[in-house]
Design a protein around this ligand. Structure first.
Ligand code: NAD
Ligand code: ZN
Length: 247
């Protein structure tokens, strides 16, 4: 039983670390980029999610972002997010490193969330650096496209997410790599593991001796390094694991 094996490894973890990708939020109604039904079958990713494209045409970026923002702001955590929070509370996980920008790990009360790709909950002015809540900007997108800074009166506002062509936040990646080196169990959930340097995290953990568990709807390039691969939906598999540990 692969789920039972995963539960047993996590039950005895002392410095477990989780890495999550878009798949963990799929059951909350937020489309993934890759994978079946993923957004990248509809848009060219490099076009709509790169800094060059944003700077060249902020309106075009915001037109796509407007719809995605509405969905993400209305989304609620699912059983997978809550199960990870429970594993942190019971001391099996020291942190959840995420590639997601939706804030759903924080909403499910996970305390130590390391965001590798920033947060979609805020926007920042490219001229003066002023930050505003995304929810407030979202409310005025119908009448203001692209949205501009209210403080300096003119700068373009950009979501505080890492776009293609932008560097990852150094502190977050360093903290994640340090925890990966110390991890005895590395749990990867809902990530296609093809985006670097995020995929370096499980690579470093395995090199440092961690047991790797992959929970994903589709195969990943890391499956052959894993002690356990569970093919399934994280919103179902993770609560099952918690129930086995608690039971
Ligand atoms: P990805 O979209 O490349 O891959 C998602 C993976 O999740 C796929 O392999 C898919 O098979 C799997 N999956 C889909 N539904 C699942 C489910 N219910 N349970 C388990 N697995 C499931 O995601 P990525 O690897 O995270 O990389 C894309 C980048 O796009 C991310 O780094 C992130 O910054 C951004 N993104 C964020 C969000 C979000 O914040 N929710 C959503 C889409 C994309
Ligand atoms: Zn400004």
């Amino acid at each position: 039983m692969t789920v039972a094996h995963a539960a047993e490894l996590i039950r005895t973890a002392r410095s477990g670390l989780a890495l999550t990708g878009a798949g963990v939020s799929a059951e909350s109604g937020i489309p993934t980029f890759r994978g079946e039904g993923g957004l990248w079958t509809q848009y060219d990713p490099i076009k709509v999610a790169s800094i060059e494209y944003f700077l060249a045409d902020p309106s075009a970026y915001w037109k796509v972002s407007k719809d995605r923002g509405r969905v993400a702001l209305a989304a609620r955590p699912n059983g997978g997010h809550y199960a990870l929070a429970a594993l942190e509370t019971s001391g099996r996980l020291v942190a959840v490193v995420t590639q997601n920008t939706d804030g759903l790990h924080q909403d499910s009360s996970t305390r130590n969330v390391i965001e590798l790709h920033g947060s979609g909950r805020h926007v920042q002015c490219l001229d003066c650096g002023n930050r505003e809540a995304r929810s407030e900007v979202q409310a005025r997108l119908d009448v203001e496209m692209p949205p501009r800074c209210r403080l300096c009166g003119g700068g373009f506002l950009k979501p505080t997410v890492v776009l293609f062509g932008e560097p990852l936040p150094k502190a977050a990646i360093q903290q994640a790599l340090t925890l990966a080196r110390q991890a005895d169990v590395m749990l990867v959930v809902g990530s296609s593991l093809v985006v670097y340097p995020a995929a370096d995290i499980p690579a470093v953990a395995v090199r440092s001796g961690a047991q790797l568990i992959v929970i994903n709807a589709e195969p990943t390039p890391f499956d052959e390094l894993a002690a356990v691969v569970v093919r399934g939906k994280s919103g179902e598999v993770l609560p099952e694991i918690v129930a086995l540990i608690d039971g």
